[in-house]
Design a protein around this ligand. Sequence first.
Ligand code: DAH
Length: 376
Amino acid sequence: MDARVNPGHDHMKAKRMSDIATLEAEILKGIAAASDEAALEAVRVSSLGKKGSVSELLATLGKMTPDERKAKGPLINGLKDKVNTAINARRDALKNSALDARLATESVDVTLPVRDSAAETGRIHPVSQVIDELTAIFADMGFAVAEGPDIETDDYNFTKLNFPEGHPAREMHDTFYFNPREDGSRLLLRTHTSPVQVRTMLKQKPPIRVIIPGRTYRSDSDQTHTPMFHQVEGLVIDKGSHLGHLKWILEEFCKAFFEVDQVKMRFRPSFFPFTEPSMEVDIQCRREKGEIRFGEGEDWLEILGCGMVHPNLLRNCGLDPDEYQGFAWGMGIDRIAMLKYGMPDLRPFFEADVRWLSHYGFRPLDFPTLAGGLSA
Ligand code: DAH
């Protein structure tokens, strides 16, 4: 038995040795022939993969006698190492040649201009800029910002503001009304920011010092009127607030906003249902070749309405007019934006034309501050 087995065993041994050499030659040939990384991966799987030829050979080690293992182990492990090394080398070579091929076909024109980032190309709308500017100015004087809804009740937009039912002052507002509700009342698009005075007084105890920038709506359209426009309201309620305070605040505001050392202002008597007395304010200017300069000249330009808050309004908001008094003003934001930045027509403000915006808009990261300069 032994005599027959041993020669056979030796023969097997020799065959395995030559098998290993053949397998090695075959695999190395396959590696050399792999023309891309996918082909190389296929060779790796068929040799070193779970069911690969080299892995299967490695698995036979477990069934060998210790002596056999001693002889075969290094050979089979050596094969595995050689195949591994060859595959890695080939992979590097393929990667390099793939890169070389890309570099040979791709090109970059370094003389092309660099594309600007969003922060460079985006623009802030002049209305947003002006709201930021005036918020910075009034915040410096201790004013908070208050807001209210664009869709208002008739009560807040008119009645509580001391517009009696059927009073002609209501007609002057060219109001957009919604369809009547079941109870007959009609919501409307607020015609001014003044209803937020009511909302603020109903919600907050004096002392009150707020500005109210926001959208307003009237059925009106020409070079200086659009159906949607912007106002900023101011409201101060305290025990001793008076017209002197109002004048000072408005003058300081105009100097800061128009970035001039001096402004001459003119207060003319006027009428608003929610103020008594009521005034309109003009600032002195010079109009020259389509340009407007402030702080000089002989012309006057109307910029806002203002007055002492009417006692009826205070009462309508639950405040005692014998205890509290205050003043308010309302100013057109689009108007002062046009004046400050020399924009002759209001309509393009709302046409979303990117050419207009890139010309008149502001850089997004240039925040207006009093210390750093409003429009610098
Ligand atoms: N709400 C008025 C308007 O749109 C403007 C106005 C005038 C507001 C006088 C006020 C004020 O707060 O006191 O025509």
